[in-house]
Write a protein that binds this ligand. Structure first.
Ligand SMILES: [Ca+2]
Length: 427
């Protein structure tokens, strides 16, 4: 049995503690919503004695070792600071891997507990308390040493042998093996908006966060679907995901139905980190997207309003397309680049698609790997950078259209895009 503590409660660990809920081993659990104000930043952790970096093997999904001499993607974790702001001693944190797993102290720590990166759900086993070792003040800066304490058993993470081997979570006191040097500090991103899609199975998307685009007519791309508001097309799965389902069925003069939702009029933001964890649908003629449009589209029109595409895949679903459309560089001629998945299909599992958007710069990421960066220097001569006003977000699955071409006999329906979360951060 596993007692779980939703993250929303974790922020009140020092106060009144709610009764934990028991979850049977192997039972799927829903990633609890990150509390508003959670901040995130990249972090590396180096053993104080041997100077070796903590590494999630294969970028997550298996063991965590403390055996690497240099820090790259597997050694760079996303630190979720549940207390928000800059890292301080006493803060409760979770550590995400480059491919969206979360570091976990098995059984919550204590005797025989090892640290793995096998979980995609962050509950109490995945929540650690940061304890600064030495140094003045409470702030934890680059070069400071910390210990990480499990919140369930109160034991400490320990690099076996001081580094060079695995990581356990069973030590009751802090000395050299339990001391890690913090690196990779950067101004934190602060969570300002999210949907974790925790609704009941079959329930509609949260109408306070999302509105619907509806109808057929091709949407300017010769698309074949009719977008509806029905839960047959857009619904929660009851396991922490939103499903957008493309179906082959006659509806309103179209041969396919699907869903397209947006945050226009509900949430817009200029600059920030916009990310979603998504398992793609696939097949000929299937066109999933996580993207954004300028909120002045009603007055300025498209493409002057600007469009930033964070996830788009067509035909070859091992490739993600990241693009920026604006006046003079739109449609078939945007600023664009692709991310190639090392193996398999983006439809096989969840991946994290993100942009980091700052004044005069947009960076695109899949699973923490930056594959594209654009600035005004990349614009065609005589054209204008239009990414300087608030944008809203969209999620949809198109069927057919100019980019993917039509579905064919090989395309299987229904096709489902599963979205674990959409999160927006600001500095
Ligand atoms: Ca979720």
């Amino acid at each position: 049995m596993r007692s779980s503590l939703p993250i929303l409660l974790a922020t009140s660990l020092f106060g009144c503690l709610a009764s934990p809920r028991d979850i049977a081993e192997g039972e799927p659990v829903t990633r609890a919503a990150l509390a508003a104000g959670t901040s995130t930043r990249p972090i590396t952790l180096r053993t104080a004695l041997a100077g070796l970096y903590l590494s999630a093997e294969n970028g997550g999904g298996g063991a965590v070792n403390a055996n690497r001499t240099a820090a790259a993607a597997w050694e760079t974790f996303t630190l979720y600071d549940l207390n928000g702001g800059n890292l301080q001693t006493g803060d409760l944190v979770q550590l995400g891997t480059v491919n969206g797993h979360v570091l976990c102290a098995e059984n919550g720590g204590g005797n025989g507990s090892v640290v793995n990166a096998t979980r995609s759900d962050a509950l109490d086993w995945e929540t650690f308390r940061v304890i600064k070792i030495g140094g003045a003040g409470t702030a934890v800066n680059d070069g400071d040493q910390i210990a990480l304490q499990t919140t369930v058993e109160g034991t400490f993470l320990s690099a076996l042998g001081g580094g060079g081997a695995g990581v356990v979570a069973d030590r009751t006191a802090v000395s050299g093996w339990e001391s890690f040097v913090v690196g990779g500090n950067a101004p934190p991103w602060r969570l300002v908006w999210s949907d974790e899609f925790s609704g009941a199975s079959g329930s509609p998307v949260d109408g306070t966060k999302w509105g619907f685009d509806t109808g057929g007519g091709g949407w300017g791309n010769a698309e074949l679907e009719n977008y509806t508001t029905r839960t047959e097309n857009v619904r929660h799965d009851g396991q922490g995901h939103l499903e957008i389902v493309a179906r082959a069925e006659s509806f309103g003069g179209n041969s396919f139905t699907s869903g397209r939702i947006n945050t226009a009029g509900r949430f817009t933001q200029r600059y920030g980190r916009f990310e979603a964890r998504i398992r793609l649908p696939s097949g000929a003629g299937i066109w999933p997207a996580f993207w954004s449009l300028g909120d002045n589209i009603g007055s300025a029109g498209w493409p002057t309003c600007g469009e930033i595409d964070i996830m788009e895949a067509v035909r070859d679903f091992s490739i993600n397309h990241g693009s920026a459309h604006g006046p003079g560089y739109s449609g078939g001629n945007p600023l664009t680049a692709t991310y190639q998945l090392p193996s398999g299909s983006l439809a096989d599992d969840f991946h994290v698609y993100a942009i980091e958007w700052e004044p005069n710069e947009v960076r695109w990421f899949v699973d923490g790997t930056q594959y594209e960066r654009r600035t005004p220097a990349d614009l065609p001569p005589g054209t204008t950078w239009v990414y300087d006003h608030p944008f809203f977000l969209l999620l949809n699955v198109a069927v057919g259209g100019n980019f993917p071409g039509p579905p064919d006999a090989s395309t299987r329906f229904p096709q489902t895009m599963a979205v674990d979360y959409v999160r927006v951060f600001a500095r």
